[in-house]
Design a protein around this ligand. Structure first.
Ligand SMILES: Cc1cc2nc3c(=O)[nH]c(=O)nc-3n(C[C@H](O)[C@H](O)[C@H](O)COP(=O)(O)OP(=O)(O)OC[C@H]3O[C@@H](n4cnc5c(N)ncnc54)[C@H](O)[C@@H]3O)c2cc1C
Length: 251
């Protein structure tokens, strides 16, 4: 489902350029490259699909699980996972979750075709190289891009989400093959829903020697502990914290 959002948007809604001072601009020239927004669409009320073009993307030694960091305001960058790189056109595709009022969410919700932005990367982040088809995957809204980047059917996808139906629609848009079998669990205030996630991963534990965990810090810590207690080898658990309550712009 694509929401009818016009792109580019009107002037008042454009993503803020918010340039830093002279020193900051010098640093930006060293560290970043300028990307152009090729398209920006609302898949659902909270998920935005953004395509960025930069010559550096086509030249990058890109691997599944890599990250890009976009300047959201001033000298603050926010991190996203390209789930596809079109090398011949120098375009990367991101799926961003607009979780609330914060610089990255603000950039995501306002960015429009024709905008430019300062970007670092792609750079290595989650090493999906040795992850076989038999792996299990746990994540949340921020991990849907990573799930799509994984690029093959894992044994089981489990997502925690504020709105499971919305998250399923977002996954369906970027990785239709994964969406049908994936399980989406609604978050509860006391994290009781994670017992359900553990049970879903346990169903596949015997067949799955490898596990990929990403998203909210406390959820990953709990599921990692659970998997290890059930006999998973720590070396076969690939985990990456994408956000933590009260922390800004991890990574
Ligand atoms: C390697 C890596 C790859 C990532 N890839 C993606 C991606 O592809 N798509 C994507 O949407 N996100 C992705 N993220 C997560 C994203 O970078 C964070 O959610 C980031 O904090 C968003 O920046 P912000 O400015 O909106 O919020 P911040 O200013 O960083 O945080 C402000 C407040 O919002 C809270 N918050 C942050 N994220 C969330 C959330 N998801 N849900 C609820 N509360 C939140 C924070 O804890 C903090 O209290 C990735 C993160 C990393 C480290």
């Amino acid at each position: 489902m694509f929401l009818p959002v016009s792109s580019p948007r009107g002037g008042a809604l454009r993503a803020p350029q918010d340039p830093p001072g002279l020193l900051g601009q010098t640093v930006l020239r060293w560290l970043t490259h300028r990307a152009t927004v090729v398209s920006a669409q609302s898949l659902t009320p909270s998920f935005r699909l953004v395509a960025l073009r930069a010559t550096a993307f086509g030249q990058a030694d890109w691997a599944n699980g890599d990250k890009v960091q976009v300047r959201a305001t001033g000298m603050s960058f926010r991190t996203y996972t390209p789930f596809r790189l079109d090398g011949d056109t120098d375009v990367v595709h991101l799926l961003g979750y607009v979780h609330g009022a914060a610089p990255g969410a603000h950039w995501l919700s306002r960015v429009a075709r024709g905008d430019t932005c300062d970007v670092m990367g792609p750079r290595r982040s989650v090493n999906l190289g040795g992850v076989p088809d038999s792996a299990t995957f746990f994540g949340d809204e921020t991990s849907i891009g990573l799930a799509a980047a994984l690029g093959h059917a894992v044994h089981r996808h489990v997502f925690e989400a504020n709105d499971p139906d919305e998250a399923r629609n977002a996954l369906g848009a970027v990785a239709p093959g994964a969406a049908n079998a994936a399980r989406f669990i609604g978050r509860t205030a006391d994290d009781g829903h994670l017992a359900h996630a553990e049970a879903l991963l346990d169903e596949r534990a015997a067949a799955s020697l490898h596990h990929v965990l990403s998203g909210k810090a406390s959820s990953i810590q709990r599921l990692r502990r659970h998997l290890v207690a059930r006999g998973a080898q720590p070396a076969r658990i690939v985990s990456k914290v994408y956000w933590a309550p009260g922390k800004n712009g991890l990574d």
